[in-house]
Design a protein around this ligand. Structure first.
Ligand SMILES: Cc1cc2nc3c(=O)[nH]c(=O)nc-3n(C[C@H](O)[C@H](O)[C@H](O)COP(=O)(O)OP(=O)(O)OC[C@H]3O[C@@H](n4cnc5c(N)ncnc54)[C@H](O)[C@@H]3O)c2cc1C
Length: 278
């Protein structure tokens, strides 16, 4: 295996232009558990961890940008992320254990595109924008269009995730995150839900709900959002949102859970998160 170790984004882009089939690697917490056959197919990899432009958390006009190779531990520790995006911190705190959080990157979670990826519904609920980098430069992809199918993304051959931009939410907004797994810690999710919303003058004025592990990609729960927009937050609205969410998803049975349990858990979690807006 040939492993390129570029030291700048320009070097990465040049290498990807020369060979768009290069496999980007970051924390390798997904790549290294893919099994020997998959690993043997990776003749040439490009290690992104030594590229300063892909790392760290920066304030930009109207939001924060998080570099693709920023680890979940760095996200947990960041005062800026904790202040503005507690739902992302909550998700980061539940990705595997500490050892995984020290290695695993946000960009790797996104690009790996597992429907169970914990950060994915959060990025969707926060209306994130992906900044992709390729030989033709940078381009922006709204997060809602990033996951195009089961384990598929809108990245083109030779493109990588460079960073993700999170727009600040309006004053008075609330955020929430909940993951249901087989146990409290170190579990891959059966259902994962994120909420971003705002109550104004006693009514739910804005609401974005997103869920993972209930479809081939993370999904916005638009029927649930619509069901309660304009209502007073409380048990009645929470019930409506939960029931609408359970109706609008088509989960599958797999090794981690049954479709029925996922639908049941989604209803309860959405209900609880919407109730939390009251
Ligand atoms: C024990 C264990 C527990 C885990 N628990 C969880 C969990 O609870 N929740 C969860 O969501 N995940 C979990 N994971 C999965 C994994 O840790 C995360 O998905 C992690 O964020 C992947 O990041 P990484 O940097 O290790 O990616 P890598 O393994 O380096 O890469 C993953 C994929 O993304 C591609 N890639 C990486 N970076 C980029 C980039 N910048 N641009 C384009 N492509 C890129 C790679 O080519 C590869 O296809 C767990 C993994 C393990 C081994």
């Amino acid at each position: 295996m040939i492993a390129l170790q570029p030291r700048s984004l320009d070097e990465v882009l040049q290498s990807l232009e020369d060979d768009p089939a290069l496999v980007p690697t970051a924390g390798c917490t997904d790549l290294m558990v893919r099994g020997p056959e998959a690993l043997h197919e990776m003749d040439r990899v490009i290690d992104l961890l030594g590229v300063p432009e892909l790392r760290g958390i920066q304030e930009v006009a109207g939001g924060l940008e998080i570099g693709a190779t920023t680890s979940f531990s760095e996200i947990r520790r960041s005062a800026a992320v904790r202040a503005a995006f507690p739902a992302l911190v909550a998700a980061a705190s539940l990705v595997g254990g500490w050892q995984i959080q020290n290695r695993a990157t946000l960009g790797g979670n996104m690009a790996n595109a597992s429907p169970a990826g914990d950060s994915l519904p959060v990025l969707l609920a926060l209306d994130a924008v992906v900044v992709a980098a390729g030989a033709r430069g940078l381009r922006e992809i709204p997060y809602a269009g990033f996951h195009t199918g089961y384990r598929k993304t809108a990245l083109r051959p030779g493109e990588i995730v460079a960073r993700v931009r999170l727009p600040y939410l309006p004053e008075g907004s609330v955020q929430a995150f909940r993951k249901v797994g087989t146990r409290e810690a170190q579990a891959i999710s059966k259902v994962v839900v994120a909420l971003a919303g705002r109550v104004a003058e006693g009514r739910i004025a804005e609401l974005r709900l997103a869920a993972g592990s209930v479809a081939a990609t993370p999904v916005r729960l638009r029927a649930a959002e619509e069901a309660v927009r304009g209502l007073s937050p409380g048990p009645a609205a929470a019930d409506l949102a939960g029931r609408a969410a359970a109706r609008e998803v088509t989960p599958i049975d797999d090794v981690r859970s049954t479709a029925d349990y996922r639908r049941f858990a989604l209803e309860r979690v959405v209900r609880r998160l919407v109730l939390g807006m009251a």
